[in-house]
Design a protein around this ligand. Structure first.
Ligand code: CA
Ligand code: CA
Ligand code: CA
Length: 171
């Protein structure tokens, strides 16, 4: 994959972060995603899991801004996302996983209230709330359960996220 193609792939990920579709990734995209997830899974914002989700979302935003908000205007433009992602994450997908981890941990707690492990069905609901088309969400959720035991672990999600957002798929 040449570098222009890589940048196009990264640019296509932008829309997944720009949850409200206003052309920028900013704090509201992350807090809005947290609010939508809490509503979907009937978890209140002020309980422990709700608070963890909001602080995970804020940490994710701060990490994203630290990597990509080059001009410091508290929003990440498409160009900043492409440049930041290409320059700083291509060789280090683990860094991306690091900034996403608290949010993912909190999402999984919200979507797995009894702590028995995240099911593909719940993961698909979470992905749908985050804007993934329903059939693609179901497919992606099934793929997350790599060993087919009906449960999805945090490492499964982190690995998939790093590869989805940062590393382009190889043909
Ligand atoms: Ca936005
Ligand atoms: Ca900016
Ligand atoms: Ca599994």
């Amino acid at each position: 994959m040449d570098s222009a193609e890589y940048e196009r792939t990264i640019a296509s990920r932008f829309a997944a972060f720009d949850q409200d579709g206003n052309g920028y990734i900013d704090r509201e995209d992350f807090s809005g995603a947290a609010a939508a997830l809490l509503a979907e899974f009937s978890v209140t914002a002020r309980c422990e899991r709700g608070q963890a989700l909001y602080s995970g979302a804020e940490a994710f935003w701060q990490g994203m801004a630290g990597i990509a908000d080059v001009d410091g205007d508290q929003r990440v433009s498409r160009q900043e996302f492409v440049t930041g992602a290409v320059k700083r994450l291509r060789d280090n997908p683990g860094r991306f996983a690091g900034i996403a981890r608290p949010f993912l941990h909190a999402v999984m707690a919200v979507a797995d209230p009894d702590g028995t492990g995240l099911t593909p069905a719940s993961a698909a609901r979470a992905l749908t709330v985050l804007g993934v088309a329903q059939d693609r969400a179901a497919e992606a959720a099934r793929a997350l359960d790599r060993d087919g035991d009906g449960r999805i672990g945090e490492e499964d999600v982190l690995a998939a996220l790093a590869s989805y957002y940062v590393t382009p798929e190889h043909p």
